[in-house]
Every structure is written in C-alpha cells, then in structure tokens.
Ligand binder design. Structure first.
Ligand code: HEM
Ligand code: HEM
Length: 205
C-alpha cells in the first residue's frame, strides 16, 4: 500500500482567514435575503428584508475594502501577486489541466482567475447595490447624486440581478472544486482557510 507523506506549511494568515469568512458569510446572507425578498415581493416583510439586504451590502463593501487593502499591504500569500498567474492560466487552458495537483503553496494558480472574476463581480454588485440603495431606499453614500431618481433604476437593477446569478454560480463552483480537489489529490484542502495550514505531497520522501 502506498504511504502518503505530506508536508505542511502555514500559508493563510489570520487576517486573510477572517476576511474570507466575513466575505463568505455576507455573500451567503446577501444571496439568501435577495432570493427570499424576491419570492415574497410586494409584502411589508419584503420591504424590511431589502433594508437588511442593504445593511449586509455595506458589510460586504467593508470586507472587499479590507481584502483590497490586504492585497496591497498584507503578507506574500495574501498579496495581489498571488492572485495574478497569467502563465498558469494559459498553460491550464492549453493543456486542459484545471484540476492539476498544486505546484506551490498558496492559492491554486490556475484557479486564481476565478477569484479575480469573483472580486470584480463583488465590486460591481457593491457599486450597483449602493446606487440601488440611493434610488430605491433613499439612503447610502450615493444618495446625494442618485437619490430617488427612479428612471435610473433599471440601469443598476438589471446588472445587479445578472451579477447575482454569477455569484450563485461562483459559490457552487468554488465549493465543488474544493471537494473535487480533495478527492482527486487526497489532501485536506478546504480546511486551509480555517486552520491556515496547507498540505502537499512530499516528493522526496
Ligand atoms: C453578493 C452580493 C449581492 C447579491 C447576491 C445581491 C442580490 C440582489 C438581488 C437578487 C436583488 C433583486 C434584484 C431584482 O431582481 O430587482 C438585489 C437588489 C438590491 N440590492 Fe443586492 N445583492 C448583493 C449586494 C448588494 C450590495 C453590496 C448592496 C448595497 C450596498 C445591495 C443593495 C441592493 C438594493 C438596494 C437592492 C434593491 C432593493 C429594493 O428594491 O428596495 N446589494 N440584490
Ligand atoms: C460560500 C461562500 C464562499 C465565498 C464567497 C468564498 C470566496 C473565496 C475567495 C474569493 C477566495 C480567494 C481567496 C483570496 O482572496 O485570497 C477563496 C479561497 C478559498 N476558500 Fe473560499 N469562499 C467561500 C466558502 C468557502 C468554504 C465554506 C471553504 C471551506 C472551509 C472555503 C475554503 C477556501 C480555500 C481553502 C481557499 C483557497 C483555495 C486555493 O488554494 O485555491 N471557502 N474563497
């Protein structure tokens, strides 16, 4: 029977892990509140839920600002250079090796393109969400510019709704990819964003 020798390294710092948890929770709550409020539309409860949705949205803006700051000033494994892996994306596309075993500690290089797409979507949701807060609810930092200008609503509401689908797809793909990697490479991957430790097979042993 093959003996599995794993080496481990402390990769994700506590700040990054807290930001990841904060963003993950808020994205789930925003998805949930958005879906339920649409479902019970035109009721007083829906109006209240949209208010909560906006407050959760402010929380997401905070999380995204923290992540961007950490990408600029945080340690190596949280830095923006970890997220940009142009060479690895091209290789994965050319050789169709999206689920190859990781070749370094830190974020899986061929998957960082998906994380960048996530952050782009999340920022666009935040901007369109802040505009909707001003237009539909008369609140937030954009109120002075857009407050109650209902004619502008579709300009922000339609992209916001489309991006919501993108978020839903990201969450499903992210969780499935984590499970798939674990099963395929026999390594505890998902726990890395909780414990901070990442494992790899030790080729020399
Ligand atoms: C993961 C992020 C988010 C998701 C999945 C999401 C989802 C949704 C959905 C499904 C809608 C209904 C769109 C429609 O069909 O009309 C909506 C509306 C809205 N969202 Fe978000 N949203 C997110 C982030 C945000 C953020 C960051 C803010 C604000 C800071 C925000 C504020 C709003 C507002 C004000 C509305 C309109 C509510 C109303 O009609 O009173 N959302 N969102
Ligand atoms: C459901 C909402 C979730 C969202 C929106 C989300 C989002 C993200 C994002 C944006 C990254 C890139 C990290 C970075 O900024 O440097 C990431 C990485 C990661 N997440 Fe999540 N996440 C979610 C749930 C989870 C869960 C439940 C786990 C399991 C404990 C998890 C484990 C991980 C791991 C291990 C990585 C690094 C993967 C790699 O090496 O490529 N995530 N996640």
């Amino acid at each position: 029977m093959e003996r599995l020798n794993l080496i481990r390294e402390r990769v994700y710092d506590p700040v990054l892990r807290i930001i990841h948890l904060w963003i993950a929770l808020l994205v789930l709550l925003l998805l949930l509140s958005g879906l339920i409020a649409k479902w019970i539309a035109f009721t007083p409860e829906a109006v209240m839920l949209w208010r909560y949705h906006t407050w959760l949205g402010y929380g997401l803006v905070l999380g995204l600002t923290a992540r961007t700051t950490w990408a600029l000033y945080g340690p190596m494994h949280a830095g923006w250079r970890q997220l940009w892996a142009g060479r690895a994306w091209l290789d994965a596309l050319k050789n169709r090796t999206f689920f190859a075993a990781p070749t370094r500690f830190g974020l899986h290089p061929s998957e960082t393109v998906i994380y960048l797409a996530f952050y782009l979507m999340a920022w666009l949701l935040a901007l369109t969400g802040l505009a909707l807060a001003a237009i539909a609810q008369g609140q937030g930092p954009l109120y002075a510019w857009l407050g109650h200008d209902v004619l502008l609503r579709p300009w922000f509401g339609v992209p916001h709704a489309v991006l919501e689908d993108g978020m839903l797809i990201f969450v499903v793909v992210h969780l499935m990819a984590l499970i798939w990697h674990e099963r395929r490479h026999g390594m505890p991957l998902a726990q890395a964003m909780v414990s901070g430790y990442q494992y790899r097979k030790d080729a020399d042993v």
